[in-house]
Design a protein around this ligand. Structure first.
Ligand SMILES: C[S@@+](CC[C@H](N)C(=O)[O-])C[C@H]1O[C@@H](n2cnc3c(N)ncnc32)[C@H](O)[C@@H]1O
Length: 320
């Protein structure tokens, strides 16, 4: 299901309407006189030749065409991530606004070793646009893919909350001495999108396979993959690399998420439970337990989240 073709005509030929569960695309950035190799300060002899750029003058039309195809093949409630630099971001945002896809998040990916510049700020981020095809409320979003609600960082913050913030700090991979595409996405970035927004056996599509990173991580995580790459050199090299990935082999590297202790999270609150929570909170604070520590204890006892308990005590206890 991988095609050495232009993604726009290829999608029209091979992909049926509403057939893909998750699309992750990292299109060429339309940067004239592409200096990506210089940016990464690396030995260009390991970089596969033939990377296809899109001229800036055609970027708007190109973006509309491929995003239109992606929107057609994405299933209802399917998720769509686009990675983009800032130079031509506006064309991608315009194309998305003209589609029936709906924005969920505009994520900033902060990476390491940005291009050094002395007379302006150093660029060290990409944009990741996360959209869903309506109906949006049924989209796959595995809230506890990485952390249970009750897991805390060393300074007491919720790890689940931190992991779901919309600024992602993820390093690029160096891969010294290895053959690579000009511009490859790191495995941990792809793992994040795939685990939050798909389930095992779902079909993940990448219109711009490049180093086949999306496809490799998807298959390694037990999903199916398909996509397009127009550069024959990259396609021929990576298709044989792809064959080395065993379905599900990356699952063993994943951290085991503890059972979510907040078993009552989201369930309606009964008046009797509210009174008990209020009573327990008053007793604990009278004993000198701090508000935060009391709420943590009540969270374990009642299987409810910290914030919903805070709401109860703030509205119903302290306010009185
Ligand atoms: C930014 S790279 C993708 C990198 C990829 N995400 C990875 O991690 O290796 C964009 C890729 O799109 C390819 N490309 C450019 N125009 C294309 C088109 N019309 N159809 C399919 N692939 C295209 C380029 O050759 C390049 O390999």
């Amino acid at each position: 299901m991988f095609y050495n073709e232009d993604c726009i005509s290829g999608a029209k030929s091979y992909l049926t309407d509403n057939s893909i569960d998750l699309i992750i695309c990292d299109p060429p950035y339309g940067i004239e006189g592409d200096k990506l190799d210089k940016h990464y300060n690396r030995d260009a002899s390991n970089v596969i030749n033939g990377y296809v750029e899109v001229p800036e003058s055609k970027y708007s039309d190109f973006s509309k065409k491929w995003i239109n195809e992606a929107a057609r093949v994405l299933r209802p409630s399917g998720s769509f991530y686009i990675v983009s630099g800032y130079s031509n971001l506006r064309h991608i945002l315009n194309a998305l606004a003209e589609s029936d896809l709906q924005e969920k998040n505009h994520i900033i990916w902060k990476y390491n070793f940005g291009v050094y510049t002395s007379k302006k700020y150093i660029s060290s981020h990409y944009h990741i646009l996360y959209y869903v095809k309506p109906p949006c409320n049924q989209a796959t979003f595995n809230t506890n893919a990485f952390f249970a609600d009750s897991e805390k960082s060393e300074n007491g913050g919720s790890l689940n909350y931190l992991d779901r913030e919309d600024v992602w700090i993820i390093n690029r991979e160096y891969k010294p001495g290895q053959v690579k595409n000009k511009n490859e996405l790191p495995k941990s970035l792809l793992t994040k999108m795939i685990l939050y927004s798909s389930n095992p056996n779902d079909l993940v599509c990448d219109f711009f396979l490049g180093g086949f990173s999306t496809a490799k991580v998807a298959v390694g995580l037990g999903r199916q993959a398909c996509g397009f790459e127009i550069n024959k050199n990259a396609f021929d090299y990576q298709i044989s690399e792809m064959e080395k990935i065993k379905t599900g082999e990356y699952m063993a590297d994943l951290r085991e998420v503890p059972v979510n202790k907040l078993i009552n999270k989201g369930k309606p609150l009964l008046n009797s439970e509210i009174s008990q929570i209020k009573g327990d909170f008053i007793l604990l604070t009278k004993k000198g337990v701090t508000k935060k520590s009391a709420l943590d204890r009540l969270s374990s006892k009642y299987g409810r989240g910290y914030w919903s308990l805070l709401k109860i005590v703030d509205n119903n206890v302290i306010a009185k």
